[in-house]
Design a protein around this ligand. Structure first.
Ligand code: P6P
Length: 338
């Protein structure tokens, strides 16, 4: 028992890493931890929906059961609003940013952007999904309602970011700019326990994750990179492997641990890429850079992009530095669409 270091203990232990926050950031991360436990419980029951009719039906309080991504959005919003660190949230599930108007939140210093349940279409087929969050210090005056500018900051201004992966086990992985740390949930204890301290991603890898169904509309440089992976059997004779789950958090997490690259370029249906810059690309970019990897829009550092819209998309290449730089080189040489 003495070897277990819980997420709560770890956050307090690392408090000195962000002195300006004097505990607020710790408390904010704790509210995310709480919501993660609640969402995890519901996701684990999702498969029963058809059997027990527990979703789309009325629950014991007579409330209308909600789709899991709306459910997750509500739970994370409520958890963040319940503490006095956050003045507003932007979410994939909300058209506009949500201002927390209670007295409690008025003098809050932070805003949170999130994808409450990324890859939720996978739930019906029991494939792992995730929650992604990104935290900024507000730039507008404390004591006033948050403005668009608070949410439209470049990813380089993030003070913390992370994800929860609801997979074969549930993990919370986060950074506050001092390394990347992973915690595995023990449901018997109701605790996230430190399992991956100071995660570092290999600078090279053999795994490439991309939806090759979009191949014919990829930029030529991406086509060239895929061909390079398929034809280049490295000297140690371990060929490349294509692994694509269709859930960003799951593909990212595997590549973070093993080395690899996730690619979502521009395609016919998504000419500026599919992934959302603010609450998918930037938090993953913060994490991968803290773990020694790289995140690019194909031309430059994704976290340098100055956002103009809450839900704007970006082409996204993230993972082992050598692999991302290889794609960037191909795209520089072959930038044409096809
Ligand atoms: P496609 C899920 O909808 C998501 O945003 C990511 O989690 C995932 O990597 C991607 O889209 C899958 O998109 O077009 O390959 O189905």
């Amino acid at each position: 028992m003495s070897d277990i270091r819980t997420l709560g203990e770890f956050i307090v232990e690392k408090q000195h890493d962000f002195p300006h926050a004097s505990g607020e950031l710790s408390s904010l991360l704790s509210s995310i931890k709480l919501a993660a436990k609640i969402v995890n419980r519901e996701i684990n029951k999702a498969g029963l929906a058809d059997i027990t009719g527990s979703f789309g039906d009325e629950n014991v309080q007579g409330e209308e059961q909600q789709k899991l991504d709306v459910y997750a959005n509500d739970k994370f919003k409520a958890a963040l609003e319940a503490r006095d660190q956050v003045c507003g949230v932007a979410s994939e599930e909300e058209d506009e940013a949500v201002t927390f108007n209670r007295e409690l939140n008025r003098n809050a210093k932070y805003v949170v952007l999130m994808d409450p349940l990324d890859g939720s279409s996978n739930i019906d087929v029991n494939v792992s999904v995730g929650t992604i969050f990104s935290i900024y210090r507000r730039v507008s005056p404390v004591g006033t309602p948050p403005t668009q500018e608070d949410f439209l900051q470049p990813g380089s201004q993030q003070v913390a970011a992370g994800y929860i992966i609801y997979g074969s086990s549930t993990m919370l992985v986060y950074t506050t700019g001092n390394g990347v740390h992973g915690f595995t949930y023990d449901p018997s204890l109701g605790l996230f326990c430190l399992s991956h301290e100071n995660l570092q991603t290999p600078e090279d890898g053999r795994i490439y994750s991309i939806n090759e169904g979009n191949y014919f509309r990829f930029p030529m440089g991406v086509k060239k990179y895929i061909k390079y992976c398929q034809e280049n059997v490295p000297e140690d004779d371990r060929p490349y492997t294509s692994r694509y789950i269709g859930s960003l958090v799951s593909d990212f997490h595997r590549n973070l641990l093993k080395g690899g690259i996730y690619l979502y370029p521009s395609t016919a249906t998504h000419p500026t890429g599919k992934l959302r810059l603010l609450y998918e690309c930037n938090p993953m970019a913060f994490l991968i850079e803290q773990a020694g990897g790289k995140a690019s829009d194909g031309v430059g550092r994704i976290m340098d992009i100055k956002p103009t819209e809450l839900h704007q998309r970006a082409p996204f290449f993230v993972g082992s530095t050598n692999m991302v730089e290889k794609v960037e080189a191909f795209l520089a040489e072959f930038p044409e669409q096809d």
